[in-house]
Design a protein around this ligand. Structure first.
Ligand code: R7I
Ligand code: MG
Ligand code: MG
Length: 303
């Protein structure tokens, strides 16, 4: 299980770094390779790291602490390619608005439904993987810090549940049952419909149809089900799953980061090409965080 924790977090960072060169590119049928892979990751991984740091320091979820961890990390490296929302939330909090209220002020008072709360969720998925209802609740609360729209929050819970299931996959894995189980977990019609569409598309070879039906955008509902689909379709191999996710273009770093977290949770560190890990920025630090999360998990389970 420790290897799966490492695989999940490293897998997420590699997906992010592989996809970064393709983020925002329009759809193309041309395959992608790792030639552009510099190992440099973006905000997706930066926020995942902040989430892990806060969980480890507080021995569990603490919203205020996590908020300030996100803010301090962003202040140190604001050039990581953050979406427009989180820095606006951070500036509001720095100007005196409560961390509980700031995110609700965005996007006409509804809060954001961007995929930023889902892309960073891996550490919470790992720490709460064996308690689905607590997982859902903590995912929502972590999302609310920056993404108060219910679809933004739901995206985080759905991605967290997809990771938690991937940790437990055995030999009789059925991609169809996997997608259906996540569809039954979600409380949102929008996600359930997309996940059931994903079941129907498992044998579809035309990537343009996948993008058209599931989406490849920055909205959580146009990227979380897509990322889960990329894993389900390519579950036998980590590299195949993330390169497929990148090949859909659009929000490529984020979709590949989410696919990579799921595939890495399933295959573990050994399932990820070593050459990619060697080139990955701050890989040792990310591994250290994953090991500490694993230690914390065993500690919490024994008390
Ligand atoms: O979700 P967020 O952190 O962005 C993450 C993305 C990833 O692709 C990262 O790799 C990075 O590049 O940024 O940032 P938000 O600003 O909260 O949401 C992202 C986008 O979703 C926004 O810029 C909007 O285009 C869209 N969006 C909305 N549009 C209309 N109405 C989010 N919420 C709304 C909304 O309520
Ligand atoms: Mg990014
Ligand atoms: Mg992105």
């Amino acid at each position: 299980m420790e290897s799966k924790f490492i695989g999940c977090m490293i897998g997420c960072a590699i997906g992010d770094a592989l996809g970064a060169a393709y983020e925002g590119c329009p759809f193309s049928n041309v395959d992608v390779t790792d030639v552009a892979f510099t190992g440099r990751w973006t905000d997706d991984t930066h926020m995942m790291i902040g989430m892990a740091e806060s969980l480890i320091e507080c021995r569990g979820f603490n919203g205020e602490h996590m908020t300030w961890t996100f803010i301090r990390n962003w202040q140190k490296e604001p050039w990581r390619g953050y979406g427009p929302g989180p820095p606006r939330v951070f500036r509001l909090i720095l100007s005196g608005v409560s961390w509980r209220e700031a995110a609700k002020k965005l996007y006409g008072g509804m809060g954001s439904f961007g995929n930023g709360a889902a892309m960073r969720i891996a550490p919470i998925a790992l720490l709460y993987h064996d308690k689905p209802e607590e997982l859902r609740e903590v995912a929502y609360r972590s999302a609310e810090i920056t993404h108060a729209h219910e679809l933004g929050m739901e995206g985080a819970a759905v991605q967290a549940y997809a990771i938690s299931l991937a940790l437990k996959i055995n030999k009789e894995f059925s991609p169809e049952e996997y997608l259906k189980e996540i569809a039954y977990f979600t409380r949102s019609r929008a996600y359930r419909d997309k996940l059931l569409t994903a079941v129907r598309l498992l044998d579809e070879r035309n990537r343009r149809i996948i993008v058209k039906e599931l989406g490849n955008g920055v909205e959580a509902f146009n990227s979380v089900p897509t990322a889960i689909y990329c894993f389900a379709k390519n579950h036998e191999d980590y590299a195949k799953a993330v390169l497929y996710a990148v090949s859909l273009r659009g929000d490529a770093d984020t979709i590949a980061a989410m696919t990579g977290a799921i595939a890495g949770a399933h295959h573990g560190e050994e399932g990820i090409p070593r050459a990619w890990i060697e080139r990955l920025e701050r890989a040792e630090y990310i591994k250290k965080l994953a090991r500490e999360l694993w230690k914390l998990k065993t500690l919490l389970s024994s008390t």
